[in-house]
Design a protein. Sequence first.
Length: 138
Amino acid sequence: MVQKNNGAIQTNLIQINKKLRKSEILSTRKEFNTVLKDGKVVSSQSLSVYFTNGPNRRIAFLVPKDVARNAVVRNRLKRYLREIYRNHKDEFAVNYWYIVKARTPAIKKSLTELKSELIELVKKVDNTNVKNAMVCET
């Protein structure tokens, strides 16, 4: 019976770690401008990831009206992107601020297609920063 409680406690800790806290979300205009103007971009067919160095990992999700005029579609895309981030938080570098921006083809993609595309872009972000660090060191 003690093992069941320990398992429940471990499960609860894992669930707490996977929450998307308000402190992890970019919210002010100043933060957005910092990422969009000073940061770099990695893009795919349906997503763009803007990123820059920051004191901790923070993220925002954008779905412009140009992409989807219908608010229901925009909100669904944002929910999908938040869910992907929440479940794969460990793959995002810790000391970066991210803005994930949807493009028009994202409307027709499923959750699994968006997941694979976003994770691929995040890996490119890590590779880009490793290359830049190597260039700076030499």
